[in-house]
Design a protein around this ligand. Sequence first.
Ligand code: SAM
Length: 281
Amino acid sequence: MNGQDVEIDWDTARRANQQNWDDRVPLHEVAYGLDAFDDPSHLSDVVSDDLPVLRRFLPDGTLEGLDLCHLQCHIGTDTISLARSGAVVTGVDFSAPALHTAAALADRTGVSATWVETDVLDARAAVSGDFDVVYTSIGTICWLADLDRWAAQIHDLLRSGGTFFIRDGHPALLALDEEAPELTIRYPYFGDGRAQLWDDDSTYAGDGKVAHPRTYEWPHPLSEILGALLRAGLRLLHVDEGTTLPWRFSQRMVEVPRGFAWPEAERHLVPCTYTIVARKD
Ligand SMILES: C[S@@+](CC[C@H](N)C(=O)[O-])C[C@H]1O[C@@H](n2cnc3c(N)ncnc32)[C@H](O)[C@@H]1O
């Protein structure tokens, strides 16, 4: 059943996903190590990895004073890290409990941020102002059916000259069998518009169970991601592929600094992440 392609309308799928994400919040509040953010110099691992790449494409090589919109900000750990790196941040997510936790963490740690509850596919209408940077990273577009609509939000949120950054699980990785004893393709790399159905009451961080285990994800090949950004009018500045990722996709993965990777002998065989930086001219 898990990973099976199904016909499902966006509203039904989105509602199921939202309930599942709402349920994950109390588990992630424990598992994400929020106390570490009481140290004002602490940054999340995801932002620590992304910043050196993002900075290379910023006008003065810094986020200092730039308006940044963080799409799918979850409980705010990356958003707060971006604020600590100098940005004026707006975090966007469709989970009210996630934003509640994010706002509480920001208040507790003295970080100023704006939080907006909306579907990311409606972000332009829901968020005030224009942005120098739109950022989204790790665990994002697999939850979205329509990448053209997603890319249009990004384009319209950016000012002219603004920069878009994404790093996420590589679609070639997501096509692999997470349970197989060797690298084996299990799921389609190319999407056909149908969702993959998952029933899983666990989450990637922490040991607790969620009350709403059913979720829907959409496979998006690299050509679809790049094509959506290009069709929206963005110019590609940088495309890269990485061999480590911040969650354990398979139990066969080994721990490496700030994440996980395939055993060394297999690491050159398949990418784990992609990174894209694009500009609105
Ligand atoms: C894996 S998390 C975000 C990643 C971030 N790196 C982190 O770990 O904090 C994915 C987030 O996407 C949000 N999300 C999923 N589908 C969404 C949608 N259609 N609109 C807005 N937010 C969505 C979820 O609520 C969740 O907070």
